[in-house]
Design a protein around this ligand. Structure first.
Ligand code: GLU
Length: 489
């Protein structure tokens, strides 16, 4: 903890302009699309401006908080390659600093002990409803000395919100937002059990971590006004704010699971590449002209808060798939191989594939990647397309492929097998030439040879070009697969 603060502080001293930003998730579930986008915006801003990106886990809600969710958030960020400086900060572990800040405000008369009971609060709520007004808590204890409270009565510490004037947030995305102070609550800072509330903890942590820019969802805009008051009460400078619009589903409603939006780990398991997801996420709210495909290095050069729009972006799986296809096509073959192998443990049938690789299929899989990557939207599709590589003889053959195995075709395969046995080079190009010549001499269209051949080699009627398949499988395996289906002499 100390080291992060020290680092953030010393960075502030060495370069006064370099921003310090943070991602501050509450660990109540997996890292979702909205959270990942917030993290990405912060990370990019730090990268673009030579600043520091910090991670704080807002784990004060002990009932909802769990280790599994924290691990999922950290894994998700690591997979997205959004690296932060130092150890993640635990908000829960900083409780003493939050308490000290509340007590400082109390000592200076900027906060007060409030002995309102639940029943009294409920009554205030009922009255507000009856008068059709929103409840804005101004406790009688604001002006009443604590000495009048019953002995040992539980109390909260509330902030004394100003009654007049306005609180202005000059937001980098939302513009100038004005809040009338008389409409803001006397906010609870410490609950009766002494635990800090979100608004107090965020202010104290952001201040101690040296945060200069708070980039987060627009659902926190009203909190910004409350937090600005606490900053002022503590005599601290208020950070810059940028409240980013929410993400909506294709029907215009706030994004939820119903729209097919999943946790980041699900996109990883479906075979999306982190660079594709970064490119996709940044375009959910940020733009640079009409550019759609923007590699991360370019994003770092271009990213600025000014490019974040005010209207909510729509989540569109088809667009994500299109970007992923692009990044798969442009990914280095070796890298793709490694990434595909990496997700094997998470995918259905991955265990068998891993075994096939261990038995020696990895050379063929590597060789298959150049043609497969041209037609795969995800790594899962790429792996499925390589099914013929991992299959072992005798091949399971699907129904459509089985229809190719007529007596006539099996006889043709026997003739082709004899020809191929005497072939001297085994490359896709030379095999194509040989097989075209064979089709000519048999007076057959190429497809009439290629389809039964494909069925024999892959057990399917869809595959990459059959000549590529033969090169990938190699001479021995290809001849053996053809022989399995060719008519016996
Ligand atoms: N923990 C809050 C959330 O997950 C974010 C707080 C903030 O960014 O100030 O919504």
């Amino acid at each position: 903890m100390q080291t992060i603060l020290a680092r953030a502080m010393s960075q502030k001293q060495t370069s006064l302009k370099a921003p310090v930003v943070r991602f501050a998730p509450s660990p109540t579930g997996f890292l979702h699309i909205g959270g990942a986008r917030t993290a990405l915006f912060n990370w990019l801003y730090a990268k673009a401006k030579g600043g520091t990106f910090l991670l704080r886990i807002e784990d004060t809600d002990r009932a909802r908080n769990n280790e599994e969710a924290i691990a999922a958030i950290i894994d998700g960020l690591k997979w997205l390659e959004l690296d932060w400086t130092g150890e993640p900060v635990s908000q829960f572990e900083r409780a003493e600093y939050h308490k000290a800040a509340a007590e400082k405000l109390l000592g200076e008369g900027a906060a007060y002990r409030c002995f309102l009971t639940q029943a009294e609060l409920d009554q205030m709520r009922i009255e507000a409803e009856a008068n059709k007004t929103t409840l804005r808590v101004r406790s009688p204890w604001r002006d009443r000395p604590a000495s009048e409270a019953p002995d040992n009565a539980p109390f909260t510490i509330r902030y004394k919100a100003p009654d007049e004037g306005e609180t202005v947030i000059d937001d980098h995305v939302q513009g100038r937002v004005v809040f009338q102070n008389k409409e803001l609550d006397d906010l609870i800072l410490l609950r009766s059990d002494g635990s800090p509330t979100y608004n107090l903890a965020v202010v104290v942590d952001d201040h101690d971590m040296g945060v200069t820019h708070v980039i987060r969802g627009v659902d926190h805009l009203t909190n910004a006004a409350r937090q600005a008051q606490i900053y002022k009460g503590l005599g601290w400078s208020v950070p810059e704010f940028a409240h980013v619009p929410l993400i909506h589903g294709s029907d215009g409603a706030k994004l939820s699971k119903r729209h097919g939006a999943l946790g980041i780990e699900a996109y990883r398991a479906m075979g999306y590449l982190p660079e594709a997801l970064r490119n996709y996420l940044v375009r959910l709210g940020w733009s640079h002209g009409d550019d759609e495909i923007i590699p991360t290095a370019q994003l770092i050069e271009w990213f600025d808060i000014d490019g974040i729009g005010k209207s909510p972006a729509r989540f569109d799986v088809a667009k994500l798939e299109a970007l992923n296809s692009h990044y798969i096509r442009h990914c280095d073959d070796k890298e793709l191989f490694e990434r595909a192998v990496h997700i094997m443990p998470e995918i259905p049938g991955g265990h068998d594939i891993a075994e096939a690789l261990a038995r020696g299929a990895s050379g063929a899989f590597r060789a298959a990647i150049p043609s497969l990557k041209e037609r795969s939207k995800t790594l899962l599709e790429l792996i499925a397309g390589a099914g013929y590589v991992f299959a072992s003889r005798p091949l399971a053959i699907d129904d459509k492929a089985a229809k190719q195995m007529t007596d006539e075709n099996r006889a043709m395969l026997a003739e082709l097998l004899a020809k191929l046995k005497s072939t001297s080079t085994w490359t896709a190009a030379s095999l194509e030439a040989d097989i075209r010549k064979f089709a000519d001499t048999q007076d057959l269209k190429l497809g009439k040879v290629a389809q039964p051949l494909r069925a024999a080699l892959t057990g399917s009627t869809v595959s990459p070009p059959v000549f590529d398949v033969m090169e990938v499988l190699g001479e021995e395996e290809s001849l053996a697969r053809i022989a399995d289906h060719a008519a016996r002499a």
